[in-house]
Design a protein around this ligand. Structure first.
Ligand SMILES: Cc1ncc(COP(=O)(O)O)c(C=O)c1O
Length: 368
């Protein structure tokens, strides 16, 4: 398997997670070393990975977990949302809401497209709200984040970042994804900017949340080996931690390349609207908005005939349109989420793309 997804021979895929030769060499050495040591979890690779994630987010702590979903659930459990309301944006992944529900919260959706709709967020901040989740869709940080931080501070409500897409994203002069809320959850799933295959991490400056996270992820066991809370087997593997750490060592270079590609798309694809950038983007997705009335399926078909696979967007079906969450949305409208879901596309993007590939995509999308 070469780490690319979908498509036939010669097709340009939406992304590639294939390892570089130098990474393969590091991984083979790490695999042999881990196999010889017999230590497959909670060892030196996990610790080194956690230190690298904390450095990336600029936080005091990072605790690794088995996935972004379990990172979120651990945060919700650690801050204690059971029986209380968590505000979740309508435009996000299933896991953002499912993890809050699993931790015993009531979930209420607020409207959000690429960014949270501030008015709707404000309108939903009632007394029963324990936490607000902000999701950095595609790795783009909302320019309103400082305002959202103040809003939550004033209301005495915990702000949690779902930073699953936002490795290395920053907001100009304000800091990095993972450092805005009381805690943040990153995903290191196979499709993410930095992958462990499966993995997650919780970043926080809060000593108590970090300590609790380490207990929750290890079946709720404290240092004495007693089960003191209802946790789970939510540890990352040493192999996964070694893989993700290898990729983190060149994240800074990858971000520059991803940004160059987004800039090139923005310069040449003038019929599309690209989000204004307010700092570094992780480049998890290259998001563009189509003109009103443009036919997204026709665009997909045409560029596919020209050898390019356009992946589904992030997300074309927001949570209020998902059958499992029908009761969360009952009777409410989410026009911002619907507008974004129905009009955006994600152009192919991975750091190993060469300029010829980028130009081929630009040529195919132009005049579709
Ligand atoms: C916004 C968002 N949050 C959470 C998750 C869950 O992460 P994981 O797949 O690592 O459990 C994802 C996964 O794709 C995601 O996109």
């Amino acid at each position: 398997m070469d780490g690319t997804r979908g498509g036939g021979r010669g097709m340009i895929p939406p992304f590639s997670a294939a390892l570089r030769d130098d990474e393969i060499a590091v991984m083979l050495a790490a695999t042999a070393e881990i196999a010889r040591s017999g230590r497959f979890v909670l060892g030196p690779h996990t610790e080194a990975f956690e230190a690298a994630v904390a450095a990336m987010a600029g936080t005091r702590h990072a605790a690794a977990t088995s996935s972004g979903s379990t990172a979120l659930e651990v945060v919700f459990r650690a801050i204690g949302v059971s029986g209380r309301t968590v505000l979740v944006p309508a435009n996000t992944n299933y896991a953002t809401a499912a993890s809050a529900l699993a931790a015993g919260a009531r979930v209420r959706l607020y409207d959000a497209g690429l960014y949270p709709d501030l008015d709707d967020l404000r309108a939903n901040l009632s007394a029963d709200v324990a936490a607000v989740v902000v999701v950095h869709i595609g790795g783009y940080l909302s320019p309103d984040l400082p305002q959202i931080v103040s809003l939550c501070d004033d209301a005495g409500v915990a702000l949690i970042e779902d930073a699953a897409h936002a490795h290395g994203s920053t907001l100009e002069n304000r800091g990095a994804a993972g450092s805005f809320g009381i805690a943040a959850a990153f995903s290191f799933f196979a499709t993410k900017v930095v992958t462990a295959g499966e993995g997650g991490a919780i970043t926080t400056d809060d000593n108590a949340i970090d300590a609790a996270a380490r207990i929750y992820r290890n079946q709720g066991k404290d240092d004495t080996g007693l089960h003191v809370v209802t946790g789970g087997s939510w540890r990352i593997t040493e192999l996964g931690a070694a893989l993700a750490r290898t990729r983190l060592t060149h994240l800074a270079d990858d971000l520059i390349r991803r940004r160059n590609i987004i800039d090139r798309y923005t310069e040449y694809l003038t019929a599309l609207t690209f989000p204004t950038l307010h700092g570094q983007v992780s480049g998890h997705k290259a998001i563009a908005i189509l003109d009103t009335g443009a036919d997204r399926e026709r665009l997909r078909r045409t560029v596919s005939e020209r050898g390019i696979i356009l992946a589904r967007g992030v997300y074309e079906q927001p949570l209020h349109r998902q059958p499992v969450f029908a009761d969360l949305a009952a009777g409410r409208a989410f026009p911002v989420a619907d507008g974004f879901a129905d009009t955006h596309i994600c152009l192919p993007l991975w750091p190993g793309m060469d300029d010829d590939t980028v130009d081929r995509i630009i040529g195919a999308v132009t005049n579709y």
